[in-house]
Design a protein around this ligand. Sequence first.
Ligand code: GLA
Length: 353
Amino acid sequence: MSITKRFYDNSAAGTLVHIFTLKNSKGTTVKITNFGGIVTSLMVPDKNGNFEDIVLGYDKLSDYEKKGPYFGAVIGRYANRIGNACFELNGAEYRLDKNEGENHLHGGFIGFDKVVWNAEIVTRNGAEALELVYRSKDGEGGFPGNLDVKVTYSLTEDNALVIDYYAVSDKDTVVNLTNHSYFNLAGHASGNILSQKLMINADKFTPVDKASIPTGELVDVKGTPMDFTKMKTIGQDINADFEQIIFTKGYDHNWVLNTNGNLKEKAAEVIDEKSGRVMEVYTTKPGVQLYTANFLDGSEIGKGGVPYYKNAALCLETQYFPDSVNKKNFPSAVLKAGEKYNHTTIYKFAVLK
Ligand code: GLA
């Protein structure tokens, strides 16, 4: 595996921004920019050895700076939603950016997806890796504590994109980091993902209210359109007459993973039978947000001038459950001062035999 670096563009504020290309001996190639830690391109082979770019994105840095779907980005300090944009910690109330109605989404007005990270090519387990570092200042987005964050991307010889997240704070705080890649295993320009198949290793999900804030319940998926315990096409139940799906205009929910932090067990799997491409997801986190790109409507013009429409991709955002900072029964996203936040998520690519 090798990593090369090239100039991408200047950010609006005049900072030099680069693109790093990670390539393994199989020809699998991942491009990542240190603006937002964004995965801008991911070329993986199909069953006939043909490579296709399977993530949505833009050509220009200025589009990533201005636009809102979080294509490919690192999300923080707190991925997904916090109800009423506020939470309590150690008896103090913290008021966060209200960047989605009354609520907080994906780190606020300037989340980790909208900042320039320091990038370095490092050696990890005998191979090169891309290390991105960012200091989120005390009070940024409303969160307490200076938080030093490190996200390390590596690509293995067996086609796994490994993302290691690390953070440490000088005050008690909350942390929930994820990656927001939009995957379409048939290719980013191929249309919708409704005929692709999905398995999520979860017997329960966390239902939401009309504003997409979890109600706090964990509900069985069995007998509902939320059941992905057995592979089914994403389109099978996506238009079901089911309140949860109507609320979010498609899937946009957190599943409670049976894997419960075990990186060795498969958390989710996507199959595109036509191309034969397969993606497996492994994670140390307790939850995953399946988002079926319900808000895309053709107005986002992506790479190569391709308009992206509803359901053009799916996101599998591994995470602590949304609004866990206000839900005592959800696994806690609190990070004590000096404690280490360490998580890993792996997106592994293969082909059907
Ligand atoms: C997450 C959220 C969605 C949406 C996307 C970004 O998946 O759950 O509701 O905000 O991010 O558009």
